[in-house]
Write a protein of this length. Structure first.
Length: 377
């Protein structure tokens, strides 16, 4: 369309020039061509301006404005990018510091875990960690493995009641609940069962703890086997004669009180026999005190083998012994005394040879005391 308008404009302009040429005859061809070109230009330029240059200028102006807007948008974008880059750099720096702190914390946790594991595993007491809600064991140390004769893998997952004898598991379940309810340490004497079935006495010290928001119970189990053995040994030593193994006078006082009360209350027979070794001084003087001691030891074994389990043998002092016979009349005591006397008389004692004993017997009466019963024999 623009080409048609331009061509038409040129045609019209050229026609006008041709119409004007007769008025400028006599001008040289050069001037004529120049005048022709000027007139043509003057006539065509407005048309070109209106239909060609002006739209081009408008387009150029629009492009310039668009370029300015684009430049402004680009500057704004660059500013936003700079701000965002700064924010990302700050976030990256914060993340880096956070990661470094997390790495440090994880390292501290690993070190803490190593220290805890060393402390946990090197404890002399068997240590167990149990979930307070389920009662299931979640951890155990090496001493726990040795106590139960089980591996840590075997122990973890067991219910705490499974550590104890079957007949006491329900009792110990209630104790476990008491442990978790009381916010302080508890100490109890209990028993655990090893893998081989042996029952081991233990003292348990426990306390509730919170780990990662969960409630647990730490239990320290101390094997009391040796201590119980020592206590029993001390008790036995305190109540028995060191040389012969027979009960001593301290044990006599304890048992005598019990049996006297029983005899009074239920009106049951109670008899006491006392015997000593005849001419024991001669044995000591002839063979020495070591032989005399061996006679006392051997005599005790002979007599113990002949008395009932419900009867008691005491070393009264020196070569004197007492037999307390609950539920036996004076006649029964006399029969037993004669049997013992004959057995001792026929027994071949090493070195000393023949040894004899003499008996005295007393039967309990309602108004008797331990002293009067001993004196009455």
């Amino acid at each position: 369309m623009l080409v048609l308008i331009t061509a038409a404009s040129i045609f019209i302009a050229e026609a006008l020039v041709m119409m004007a040429l007769p008025f400028i005859r006599g001008v040289s061809p050069i001037y004529e061509g120049t005048i022709d070109a000027l007139l043509l230009t003057m006539l065509v330029f407005p048309v070109l301006y209106l239909f060609l240059f002006r739209p081009m200028i408008s387009v150029i102006r629009s492009l310039s404005e668009a370029e300015d807007e684009l430049q402004q948008a680009n500057e704004e974008l660059e500013a936003r990018v700079a701000i965002r880059t700064s924010e990302l750099a700050w976030a990256n720096d914060s993340l880096k510091k956070e990661m470094e702190e997390r790495v440090r914390i994880e390292g501290d946790l690993r070190d803490s875990e190593k220290r805890y594991r060393c402390l946990w595993d090197d404890m002399n007491d068997a240590a167990f960690l149990a979930d307070a809600e389920t009662g299931r064991i979640t951890d155990a140390n090496r001493s726990a493995e040795a106590l139960l004769m089980r591996t840590r893998e075997e122990i973890i997952g067991m219910h705490q009641s499974g550590l104890h004898p079957e007949g006491k598991s329900m009792e110990y379940r209630s104790v476990f609940r008491e442990y978790t309810a009381v916010p302080r340490g508890n100490i109890y004497d209990m028993e655990v069962v090893r893998k081989d079935g042996r029952v081991v006495p233990v003292t348990i010290s426990s306390a509730p703890v919170t780990i990662a928001g969960r409630q647990f119970l730490i239990g320290l189990f101390r094997d009391m086997t040796e201590r119980k053995r020592l206590e029993e040994e001390l008790r036995r030593t305190a109540m028995t004669d060191r040389l012969t193994g027979a009960f001593n006078r301290l044990k006599f006082d304890e048992i005598m009180t019990i049996e006297l009360n029983r005899a009074r209350r239920y009106k049951r027979p109670l008899t006491l026999s006392i015997f000593d070794i005849d001419d024991f001084k001669r044995i000591n003087d002839t063979f020495g005190h070591a032989v005399g001691d061996s006679v006392l030891v051997e005599l005790t074994k002979v007599v113990k083998s002949m008395v009932r389990e419900s009867s008691y043998l005491f070393r009264w002092g020196g070569e004197e012994f007492v037999i307390l016979l609950p539920e036996i009349s004076v006649e029964g005591a006399a029969v037993q005394a004669e049997r013992i006397r004959k057995e001792v008389e026929t027994h071949a004692f090493a070195v000393a040879g023949r040894v004899t004993v003499s008996f005295g017997i007393a039967e309990f009466r309602r108004d008797d005391t331990d002293d009067s019963l001993v004196k009455g024999s």
